[in-house]
Design a protein around this ligand. Structure first.
Ligand code: FES
Ligand SMILES: [Fe+2]
Length: 429
């Protein structure tokens, strides 16, 4: 007979969060939040795609009305992959025997059967929202929570740049890296904005906020930089200047698992530029999108397998920041082994995230109430003395008049190819 202690569920630890399939603790928790899964501009009317996200496969398509729909992967008749089907209006017809489904999963026709009277064959459908150039899905049970809006990214004097990348390792390594400032001076050491002592452990503070974790680094001169981590998988910070016309820009990002050993980062930049300046920046960006013709994922594999060194890389042809982070994060292992890690003072951000995840997911498993995370004005990122550049939560002080700020895709073309291949489930190249 087992003792009570043995019957009690094992305490969660961070390694449990590596796994996000349906039914896993982290998988259940992530599915309680809307997740970005695709770029709006990548989904063509009438061209369904298989979507691999959160260790599951779905069917994503855009109907002729322009609306996007998410259904389960396979036809309810005999299991054909539905992305091979034909879009008819806003419905989807299976390639195999022509069963037809509405965007909300109702089986409308079974042409080779006499009737639908047995009312069978409905599919599960998933709520979809398109927002700021991205397609979001809700994969949890029951009614989705209210869709989180970021009005400070919707209406302002400038435009949104969408970005994203595929990284071939577990998502949680990247999520931990978000609150690991001390890597910046080493991993991105060629960056002119980095300086000695940046991210020294004794100068870091990580505090729970309304939204997740507020993570502050204070320089010896007293100026500080504050990054905001949003539960469960968001990060909001001021990114280093990457263009001569753009200063520090506010960036919001999500880390979303594809499978246990691959993930996406979806990314929005708030670029405060209009008119001629915006045109100049966009021209430079467009040139750069083409100029980058080597996939950082491939170069990272060459380096990780000893075929070359990062010093041999031509920075004109590769996205160096992504390559540097690839090496740091994939180099920990596709799924890091944390059993031998030795954390120090500089890892307090990593520890803070783990603690919140353990607390909340334990509460979820025990049926206790969960904290409702909210991005409030206290959760705005800051960089040194540049506070006057900040967005205001709720959008105050932003563009008046009609229409939202435009959305401009800034992904290198080779990146688009790699991420679509992974999201559609092709094996790693
Ligand atoms: S498998 Fe889809 S209609 Fe037969
Ligand atoms: Fe980095």
């Amino acid at each position: 007979m087992s003792t009570l202690a043995e019957q009690r569920p094992r305490r969660l630890n961070v390694d449990d969060f590596n796994y996000t399939g349906p039914g896993t603790p982290a998988g259940q928790y992530l599915r309680r939040f809307w997740q970005p899964v695709y770029h709006s501009s990548d989904l063509t009317v009438g061209q369904p795609v298989p979507l691999h996200i959160l260790n599951e496969v779905f069917t994503l398509y855009r109907g002729s009305s322009g609306q996007a729909f998410l259904l389960e992967q396979r036809c309810s008749h005999r299991g054909l992959q539905l992305s091979t089907g034909r879009v008819e209006g806003d419905d989807l017809r299976c390639f195999y025997h022509g069963w037809k489904f509405s965007g909300n999963g109702i089986c409308l026709e079974q042409p080779v059967e006499n009737d639908l009277s047995r009312n069978r064959g409905n599919l599960r459908s998933y709520p979809v929202r398109e927002y700021l150039g991205l397609i979001f899905g809700y994969f949890g049970e029951g009614e989705p929570p209210p869709f989180p809006l970021y009005p400070q990214f919707e209406h302002f004097d400038g435009y949104i740049e969408t970005n994203s990348y595929l990284r071939n390792c577990n998502y949680y390594q990247n999520l931990e890296n978000a609150l690991d400032t001390s890597h910046v001076g080493f991993v991105h050491g060629d960056n002119s904005a980095s300086f000695e002592g940046f991210g020294r452990g004794s100068a870091l503070v990580a505090k729970e906020s309304d939204w997740g974790v507020a993570y502050t680094f204070t320089r010896p001169d007293g100026a500080s930089r504050v990054h905001q981590f949003g539960m469960p998988n968001l990060f909001y910070f001021l990114a280093l200047p990457v263009d001569e016309d753009i200063g520090w820009q506010e960036s919001l990002m999500w880390f979303v698992p594809i499978s246990d050993d691959r993930h996406m980062q979806f990314w929005l930049h708030r670029v405060r530029a209009e008119g001629d300046m915006a045109r100049r920046i966009q021209e430079r960006r467009e040139k750069r999108r083409t100029e980058i013709d080597l996939a950082h994922q491939d170069v990272a594999e060459d380096i990780l397998h000893g075929r070359m060194s990062i010093r041999d890389v031509d920075p004109a042809r590769v996205d160096m920041v992504q390559l540097q982070d690839d090496i740091a994060q994939i180099g920990q292992g596709r799924i890091v082994d944390r059993s031998r890690e030795q954390l120090g003072r500089a890892d307090i951000g990593v520890v803070a995230i783990r603690r919140l995840w353990i607390r909340e997911i334990t509460a979820m498993l025990e049926g206790r109430p969960l904290k409702q995370w909210e991005l409030t004005q206290t959760c705005i990122p800051r960089a040194w003395a540049l506070d006057n550049e900040q967005a205001v939560v709720g959008g105050a002080g932003t563009k008046t008049g009609d229409g939202a700020s435009p959305v401009v895709d800034s992904r290198p073309y080779i990146e688009v190819e790699r991420e679509l291949s992974a999201l559609h489930g092709e094996p790693r190249r």
